[in-house]
Design a protein around this ligand. Structure first.
Ligand code: GLU
Length: 297
């Protein structure tokens, strides 16, 4: 098996330190394994896409010395592919329309559980047997089968989730007509034959959902590694939403070194970006060795 990794930013703004750390980890892992590294722009969420951000991200990656091996894939150019996969699921009766609003879902979950859950509440299955009388379809959901999804994360170890209980039937097509991240990511990783995903820990909770969907579509799920998030002074994840500062690329080596330290390594004894990338994959490979490549501890 030859290694294919990827970095999949959402072009809702330039990279910040948090997204740089993810990019650097996935690049170091791919290069440590002599693999390919792809970039995919996750630009489906049109209300959040910022004009020019995709170009900026490409410039930032180049300044940081990270070079992709295939033409960049833009999800906005793949709508017909998502539609095809969706139609397949529809023909198998694995998706159904849902008329519930966010409000109705949280109200009925409160009634079922008698207490507020955390911010992600399982969908209670209201529309599973059909739309409520006189109501219009808003979103489309996957009929999630019962069962536990387990996988090994190369950073965090053994993981498992009962998707049906923890999340419920999740949305594949949003009420605003946008294809959901969960669908697009699974379809695109499979289409690009991605073997290894390295991404931020905030996406750990999506992994079981993605593996469940991949399995229903007959795809092999990539091996995953979720790396630590960069937190701000208040302990919150850096994100474009909380206006994380863009990277200071007047000193790209410093950005690399800082990100490297966030990933638990010492600063590398190098004086430029090129030398950083000569050394970093070797150092990375010593810690995240081949033995661990399949998530075997
Ligand atoms: N586009 C997602 C983000 O920016 C990452 C998707 C992924 O790596 O699966 O958070």
């Amino acid at each position: 098996m030859s290694y294919i990794g990827r970095f999949a930013p959402s072009p809702s703004g330039p990279l910040h330190l948090g997204s740089a750390v993810t990019a650097i980890a996935s690049y170091a892992d791919a290069r440590a394994q002599g693999g390919s590294w792809l970039v995919r722009m996750e630009d489906l969420d049109t209300p959040r896409v910022v004009h020019g951000a995709a170009e900026l991200i490409q410039q930032q990656l180049q300044l940081l010395g990270m070079h992709w091996d295939r033409e960049i894939l833009f999800q906005s150019g793949r709508l017909s592919v998502y539609q095809q996969v969706f139609d397949t699921l529809l023909s198998l009766n694995l998706v159904y329309p849902c008329s519930c609003t966010r409000r109705e879902i949280s109200d009925s979950v409160l009634r079922l559980q008698g207490q507020p859950g955390d911010n992600e509440r399982p969908y209670p299955g209201t529309c599973r047997q059909g739309l409520q009388k006189g109501r219009q379809a808003l979103s489309w959901r996957l009929r999630v089968p019962e069962g536990v999804v387990s996988f090994k994360d190369r950073w965090l170890g053994d993981q498992k989730q009962n998707v049906a209980q923890a999340v419920g039937d999740f949305v594949l097509r949003r009420a605003d007509g946008v294809w959901a991240y969960q669908l697009a990511v699974v379809v695109d990783d499979a289409a690009s034959a991605v073997t290894h995903i390295v991404r931020g820990e905030d996406l750990l909770s999506s992994t079981a959902r993605q593996q469940q969907l991949a399995q229903m579509l007959g795809y092999t799920s990539p091996v995953v590694m979720h790396v630590p998030l960069v937190l701000d002074a208040a302990g919150l994840k850096l994100s474009k939403q909380n206006a994380a500062a863009p990277l200071d690329l007047s000193h790209p080596l410093e950005v690399l070194q800082q990100s490297w330290q966030t990933l638990g390594f010492d600063r590398l004894p190098v004086s430029n970006v090129e030398n950083f990338w000569q050394l970093a994959p070797r150092v990375w490979g010593q810690r995240h060795s081949r033995a661990n490549l399949h998530g075997i501890k």
